[in-house]
Structures are given as structure tokens and as C-alpha cells.
Design a protein around this ligand. Structure first.
Ligand code: NZQ
Ligand code: ZN
Length: 390
């Protein structure tokens, strides 16, 4: 077990009716105006908008709005939001939505007290010292953005989708009412589920063999997600399954699974997935169900052990050598993705073979090279993985 320094300061208000519990904190913090940030119609459909605005009206808090945040959120909306915060008196940000809305709120929070362009921060050319506090309401669990310090933003001009992380970006409070998620489409439930599994797998498959206890937490999480996702496909209004899914999403990516590991995780699949999402406007989870098995197929012979242990602990694969178990594990993961109708090839995303090079070029330039921990990937490795994903 390695040393670590972990502090997750976000207060989580979890369960039915948790939006109204936000009131006492907003009052205690003397919040008089919030910028409500949301996407499209889902906030109205799921009931979150009404509950939040009723609560704000009761407290006499004003709430100008920034809406139409799209999945794979873009820097232009962030700039709009920053301009709004700089022009008017806004005490706090209140995202209502999933990862894209929270990531946008965090980017606005990061840029609100910076005099240059917010993209500088994502390019690590500027530091943030002061932010606008975030009191958020989750309507789509998956990314755990509501309880971590990460923000992922796309910049179409620079042709980069990238993440930025800073302790200032932890939301102050995240209210999670699983009932809001009854209206999520099957597709979004599946994609979110794939993302949650990926966040656990990226720790489990990072090549650190000294973290048995932490590995066990990850195996349990993945095993449960293999049960919960099909339960929700059958019954989208199953409260307990929605609640378990929501809590699993936070445990997968609030930082706790990285504690004690020699690496914080191997997030190569996320980097490869971001290029797919950026260039072909693909949902985050769909990019991961395609790229993660390809990444695994490319690497498992190099170090089959973590894949074999995953097979034993999650997929009941006990026969054969480590290498055989590793391959059977990757096949079992792909079978699961197919069972829940998640794509497993670039072809299913309508990406053409002659566009693979473009993907490889983009992923290679979106950060430092080489990258990854299980195996360090260079530009050629990246190309070969996308070829396998085809
Ligand atoms: O636009 P609306 O109408 O709101 O619809 C949304 C949107 O289409 C819909 N939705 C949300 N709540 C709903 C609902 N539909 C019905 N009922 C509800 N209750 O679902 C869609 C949500 O999209 P999005 O927010 O993009 O999904 P997700 O939460 O998967 O977020 C993905 C984004 O987060 C980034 C991804 O790269 C991607 O850009 N990530 C952020 C991370 C972080 N900050 O830690 C880590 C992740 O690995 C990830 O990279
Ligand atoms: Zn993710």
C-alpha cells in the first residue's frame, strides 16, 4: 500500500427529496443569487427544475439561467457563462444535470476570476486561485463529476477534448435524488454504466500488483454494475437499482479507488475515447465500450496478470493460463457490452477505416506522449489500438 493524500470535500445529499436539503446550506452560506446551468428538456421532464426553482423561490434566491449545454460540452458555452458571472452578481453556480453540465459549471467556476481566456487553464498555462462555489443537482449519474475535481471540455477550434483537474473544482454540495433518473433513456443508462465500469477498470488494470485490498473494492463495484445495468434496462424506475448505480458512479471516480495504488490509474482508454467523442460527436460511454476492449486486446499479452485476476474475480473465469484467462476476460467484457447494446467497434459508430489515422493523430496531440501506466503508449501503439477497434 502506497502513501496517499486524499481529501474529498464535497458534501453529498443522497436520496429521495434531497434537493430540499440544499436549502439549509444555501441559507447558511448567505447565497442570494445562483446561475442555474442545465442542458435541454430533461430537467423539466424529470422534475428537477421544478423542485430546484421552488426551493430557490422559497429562499428568495435569484436564478439567472444558462442552458442548452450539450453532451461533450464546448468551450464557447463556458465563455458565455464566465461573461455572465463577471457582469452580474452571482454568488454560486447550480448545475442541474449530468457530467457535461457539471463540467461546464466547473470550467465557469475556474475561469470566473481569471483575466485571460479560460482555455489557458485547460492548457496548464494559468493557475486558478479562486473559484465560484458549486451547489449541484445530479439528474444523470455516470462521471462522478459532481464529487471530483475534474472538468472535461472540448475546444473545436483547437481540435482538442481534454480534462483539467484542480482541488478548487470540487463542488461544495452535490444533491443526488435517484428518482430524477427514472426518465433516463436506455441508451444513456447503458453509456453511463459503461463509464462507471471503465473508471473502476482503469484502476484495476493499471499494472499495480500490490493493491489487493483496493482491487477487491473495484471488483465488487464492477460485479454489481454487471447486475444493475440489466436490471435498469428491464425496469428503468427500479429505485434501488437507480440508487445503487448513482452511488457506484461516485465511488468509481471520486478518487477513493486510487488510494494506496502505485499509480492513480491508467486512463489511456479515456484519452483514446475523447478523440472519438470530439471528432465524431459520440457519447462518452459509447467511445469507451469501443476503445477499452481494443486497448485490452492490444496489451494483455504484455501483462496478462491484471486481466486474469479480473476474470477470476468478476467473470468466474478460472481455467487455463493467465494469458488464456486474460483473453477470456476481454471476450466476456465484450459479450456484456453486446448484451446491453453498447457498441464495440468503430464501424458501429459509423467511423470509416480511412478516418482511423485522424483519430490516432488527434489522440497523440491531445496530451503528452507516451502515456499510460500498464504500458506506455506511443503514436504507433495508439494507431494500432484504433485499428483493433475497427
Ligand atoms: O440535454 P438534456 O435534455 O439535459 O439531456 C441529457 C443529455 O442528453 C440527458 N439527461 C440528463 N439527465 C436526464 C437526461 N435524460 C433523461 N432524464 C434525465 N434525468 O442525458 C444526457 C447527459 O449527457 P451528459 O451530461 O453528456 O452525460 P454524462 O453524464 O455521461 O457526461 C459525459 C461528459 O462528461 C465527461 C465526458 O467526457 C463527457 O463530456 N466526463 C467527465 C468526467 C469528470 N468530470 O470527472 C469524467 C468522465 O470520465 C468523463 O470524461
Ligand atoms: Zn469516463
Amino acid at each position: 500500500m502506497q502513501n496517499f493524500n486524499w481529501c474529498n470535500p464535497t458534501r453529498v445529499l443522497f436520496g429521495k427529496g434531497s434537493v430540499k436539503d440544499l436549502a439549509e446550506y444555501l441559507k447558511a452560506d448567505n447565497i442570494k443569487s445562483v446561475l442555474l446551468i442545465y442542458g435541454g428538456k430533461s430537467v423539466f421532464k424529470c422534475g428537477a427544475y421544478t423542485q430546484v426553482t421552488d426551493m430557490l423561490n422559497e429562499l428568495g434566491i435569484s436564478f439567472p439561467e444558462l442552458n442548452d449545454i450539450k453532451p461533450n460540452p464546448r468551450i464557447d458555452k463556458v465563455r458565455d457563462g464566465i461573461a455572465r458571472v463577471k457582469l452580474s452578481k452571482i454568488d454560486a453556480l447550480m448545475p442541474i444535470g449530468g457530467g457535461s453540465v457539471f463540467d461546464t459549471a466547473k470550467a465557469i467556476s475556474a475561469g470566473a476570476f481569471y483575466n485571460g481566456d479560460v482555455w489557458d487553464i485547460y492548457q496548464h498555462k494559468a493557475k486558478i486561485n479562486k473559484t465560484v462555489p458549486i451547489y449541484g443537482v445530479v439528474t444523470a449519474s455516470a462521471t462522478a463529476s459532481e464529487v471530483n475535481a475534474i472538468s472535461v471540455i472540448s475546444n473545436p477550434e483547437a481540435n482538442i477534448k481534454t480534462s483539467f483537474s484542480d482541488p478548487h473544482l470540487y463542488p461544495k454540495i452535490a444533491a443526488v435524488d435517484p428518482e430524477f433518473q427514472f426518465t433516463l433513456s436506455e441508451k444513456q443508462t447503458v453509456y453511463g454504466g459503461v463509464d462507471i465500469i471503465a473508471h473502476a477498470l482503469e484502476r484495476l488494470l493499471d499494472g499495480d500488483e500490490g493493491s489487493e485490498f483496493m482491487d477487491d473494492q473495484g471488483y465488487a463495484l464492477v460485479r454489481n454494475m454487471l447486475r444493475i445495468i440489466p436490471e435498469l434496462i428491464d425496469d428503468p424506475k427500479n429505485y434501488d437499482a437507480r440508487a445503487e448505480y448513482a452511488w457506484a458512479s461516485q465511488l468509481a471516480h471520486n478518487g477513493i479507488l486510487s488510494c494506496g495504488r502505485a499509480t492513480r490509474g491508467d486512463f489511456s482508454s479515456h484519452r483514446l475515447g475523447h478523440s472519438i467523442s470530439l471528432l465524431f460527436d459520440v457519447a462518452h460511454g459509447a467511445s469507451l465500450s469501443v476503445v477499452m476492449p481494443a486497448w485490452a486486446r492490444y496489451l494483455y499479452k504484455f501483462n496478462p496478470v491484471p486481466f486474469a485476476r479480473l476474470g477470476e474475480n468478476v467473470f468466474d473465469i478460472f481455467d487455463g493460463s493467465d494469458e488464456e484467462k486474460a483473453l477470456a476476460t476481454i471476450e466476456a467484457l465484450e459479450d456484456f457490452y453486446r448484451d446491453i447494446n453498447a457498441p464495440t467497434t468503430l464501424r458501429e459508430l459509423n467511423i470509416k477505416e480511412d478516418e482511423i489515422q485522424q483519430l490516432a493523430d488527434n489522440a497523440s496531440k491531445s496530451g503528452a506522449l507516451p502515456f499510460g501506466t500498464l504500458k506506455k503508449l506511443n503514436q504507433n501503439d495508439v494507431l494500432e489500438i484504433y485499428k483493433l477497434a475497427y
